[in-house]
Design a protein around this ligand. Structure first.
Ligand code: GLA
Length: 336
């Protein structure tokens, strides 16, 4: 009898303590906090990524901490800051892929899970750090879509390719940028475009102003062309080239710029009453890059399910004539 009472008591105590223990555990699981660090918070692409990450946060019920981190120091202090706020992980588009080993070490020291988006970290030898889960665009193929789109439009306009110059706004220190512009140049050459007419215009930073400056130099040095086309790693780069060409009298009729992105920089251009030299953009998905990465990080923190090591997303070419349709097809129509 005594023994049975003892056992009952033990069972009751265990049950009680189990509830006591499980309550804070459940609470902690609910308090998932995820950082989302981007290198250029002023760029519409990154604002869109954040917007979609917020949607994931709302739906899953975690806290999203958005941080603009345009320099290495900012990245490092942001990671410490996230750890101090008891975040469990973060998604990052780094300002410099060479910071790779430093960022990985910092996240590890702070006990934070990390995944990269857009720009993949590299190690000291310049090789991708494959241990960090990454979502990026299929850069070379998307670049090819840009080049094919430009070539098709050159042919449609009946231009003699010998009279056309191509401004290739480059940013070689970023592998995804290199792959995108290489894909575009290769596709142009495959379509019969003279390789010698492709003018490299290195930009110092991946924004419109720096692309404008780079394109201006290319235009000044090459006065023999009757028409121009332009490509870059993103819409902002192509916009810089388009504005520089406009300054020299090459308007919509004599310029075919095709960007990559499809966020506000491109959309605003298409909304202008008269067409500009910004002919098209390969729309990529800030929804996948913002929402899906955040959801993957959430599942990793909550259920221990590690994200796939590498996800490469695709894009679709759009011009001012079919941009609404393409956005619809990519599930982006209701996002604005
Ligand atoms: C890089 C570019 C951005 C955007 C993303 C897309 O980070 O700098 O403008 O194109 O890639 O992955």
């Amino acid at each position: 009898m005594k023994r049975r009472m003892f056992l009952t008591l033990v069972a009751a105590t265990t049950a009680a303590s189990a509830t006591l223990i499980s309550a804070p555990v459940a609470q902690a699981a609910d308090q998932v906090k995820i950082g989302f660090l981007v290198k250029q918070p002023e760029e519409p692409w990154f604002q869109d990524e954040w917007k979609f990450a917020e949607m994931a946060a709302k739906e899953k019920g975690f806290t999203l901490v958005k941080i603009g981190a345009p320099s290495g120091e900012k990245v490092m202090s942001a990671i410490d800051n996230l750890a101090a706020q008891k975040a469990q992980g973060f998604v990052i588009c780094t300002p410099d892929v060479k910071l790779g080993p430093g960022i990985v070490a910092k996240a590890k020291a702070d006990g934070l899970k990390m995944m990269t988006v857009d720009d993949r970290l590299v190690d000291g030898a310049g090789k991708p750090i494959e241990s960090v889960p990454h979502m990026g665009i299929s850069a070379y193929n998307i670049g090819k879509q840009v080049g094919e789109g430009i070539a098709a439009e050159i042919k449609k306009r009946g231009w003699n390719m010998a009279d056309v110059g191509a401004i290739d706004v480059t940013y070689e220190q970023l592998p995804t940028a290199h792959d995108r512009t290489t894909g575009a140049a290769d596709a142009l050459v495959a379509a019969g475009f003279p390789k010698a007419n492709i003018i490299m215009a290195p930009q110092a930073k991946t924004d419109t102003e720096n692309a404008f400056n780079a394109a201006n130099i290319a235009l000044t040095k090459n006065t023999k062309f009757k028409h121009w086309v332009a490509f870059a790693l993103n819409d902002e780069g192509v916009l810089g080239a388009v504005r520089a060409a406009e300054g020299r009298g090459f308007k919509a009729d004599n310029m075919i710029g095709v960007g990559i992105g499809g966020s506000d920089s491109a959309l605003n251009e298409f909304k202008k009453p008269n067409p500009t030299g910004f002919y098209g953009t390969v729309i990529i998905s800030p929804k996948r890059h913002g929402e899906e990465t955040s959801e993957l990080m959430y599942a990793w923190i909550k259920d221990g399910k590690e994200p796939p090591k590498l996800t490469l997303t695709s894009g679709m070419l759009a011009t001012r004539d079919n941009v609404a349709e393409v956005r619809e097809k990519m599930g982006l129509a209701s996002a604005k």
